[in-house]
Design a protein around this ligand. Structure first.
Ligand code: NIG
Ligand code: FE
Length: 410
């Protein structure tokens, strides 16, 4: 039963602390046992029953909950640097997608990649993420769009759960785009997803969520509704890529289908904002995608003002967000989205946990929750986001076990 002590500041945002505020404990201690937190508070209040326990020295560092990246497309073949250059030279994301690039070009590269290649590439990304303080990663399929490849991606996620320490939360995104072989039969593809893929994914418990990209270039609202309802019927909880490039009513659909989150929302309408607020759907901001596409960011202030819980994630993927740097996305949350550092921390902890329906076990440092936390060499949380030094995180713990230590360089 270890006691982490000599914590400079312990920063957290549990549910009882009002939005926009942080809970700050100076000179704190944190106690856990068997991966779960037992106690946290000022060191001087440490209960006598913990007095003889093994001590771990935090060296006056800042401690925050483990960061949750609640929206990634972790497994994919190849990269698309050429498109980055094309966009720099003035072509738009949708133009590039229509002319054979975009999601479908990654689908080609993913279909020819072996499971082992994808696994080892994902392991590399996860090693980078744990050094950035990330402890939970939601991972979408969606670059297969046929049964063998979608299953290959979801099997990679299942293997990742067992062979590395980060928590992995898989999502089925067979409705990412209509694959080439179904271009003249989109209804056939929707039917294949609804009748064959979703039941098969659920039967093998390969995913807990079903996501749909609602967009001119991908799926209509009514197609998406059919897919999400089929997912729900099989126990896959809905999530939606909504209103990213145009206002396609994706946010309202997320609310109607009882989705846990609506993600992107750069073009969300007032009506969409009200719908999310009414149904307590988490809005997931993805500022790296706005940064890379040079597009406007999600109107976070309007969402927050309407009472919507805002989470924030990387959207890591080879097209619109080829960076898995969640702390950078957090800084952009302040500079591009106008969120306060306190709102940003909650967005990548408690709200991110709610987006993946894990708020009862992760997302804050409270007794009973997982001992997932991060030690940061900064005087306070705002200072960290403001400076974002290259070696940004000192130590990362998952379930009370240290999985990254910058001083050991492992
Ligand atoms: O979330 N919006 C849809 N999917 C990804 C982009 C995927 C890609 O370009 O490969 C996203 O931004
Ligand atoms: Fe995405």
């Amino acid at each position: 039963m270890p006691v982490l002590e000599n914590i400079g500041n312990l920063i957290d945002c549990p549910a009882e602390v009002p939005s926009g505020h942080l809970l700050k404990v100076e000179d704190a201690a944190l106690v856990w046992d068997n991966s779960r937190i037992l106690w946290k508070g000022p060191r001087r209040d440490l209960p006598a029953r913990f007095a003889q326990m093994q001590r771990v020295d935090a060296g006056r560092k800042l401690v925050i909950p483990g960061l949750i990246d609640c929206h990634t497309h972790l497994a994919f073949g190849g990269w698309r640097a050429k498109e980055f250059e094309m966009r720099a030279l003035g072509r738009s994301y949708l133009e590039i997608a229509r002319s054979g690039g975009g999601i479908l070009s990654t689908v080609q590269a993913t279909r020819v990649a072996t499971e082992e290649e994808l696994l080892s590439k994902c392991l590399g990304h996860l090693r980078a993420m744990v050094r950035l303080g990330v402890t939970t990663v939601e991972c979408k399929s969606g670059y297969g769009l046929d049964k063998p490849t979608e299953f290959k991606l979801l099997r990679v996620y299942r293997r990742l759960k067992k062979c590395q320490p980060l928590k992995i939360v898989p999502t089925f995104l067979g409705a990412h785009a209509v694959p080439l072989e179904y271009q003249s039969d989109r209804q056939g593809y929707v039917q294949f997803l609804v009748e064959e893929m979703i039941p098969a994914v659920a039967a093998e418990a390969l995913a807990g969520f079903c996501d749909v990209f609602v967009e001119e270039s991908s799926f209509t609202r009514s197609e998406a509704r059919r897919i999400l309802e089929a997912g729900s019927a099989c126990g896959l909880r809905p999530r939606v890529h909504a209103d990213q490039l145009t206002d396609g009513g994706g946010a309202a659909l997320a609310a109607e289908t009882g989705a846990s989150s609506a993600d992107h929302l750069e073009f969300i309408s007032q009506e969409g904002i009200r719908a999310l607020a009414r149904k307590d759907v988490v809005a997931v901001a993805l500022p790296l995608a706005s940064l890379y596409l040079g597009s406007k960011p999600m109107p976070a202030r309007k969402l927050i003002a309407a009472g919507v819980k805002v989470a924030l994630a990387t959207d890591f993927n080879p097209g619109s967000a080829p960076s898995c740097h969640l702390p950078l996305a957090m800084s952009l949350g302040c500079t591009m989205l106008g969120m306060s550092p306190a709102e940003v921390l909650r967005a990548v902890t408690l709200h991110a946990a709610q987006a993946i329906e894990m708020q009862d076990s992760i997302g804050s440092l409270e007794p009973g929750k997982e001992a997932d936390f991060v030690l940061i060499d900064a005087p306070d949380f705002t200072h960290w986001l403001y400076r974002l030094p290259p070696s940004t995180v000192a130590e990362t713990y998952l379930g009370g076990v240290k999985v990254w230590d910058s001083s050991e360089g492992n």
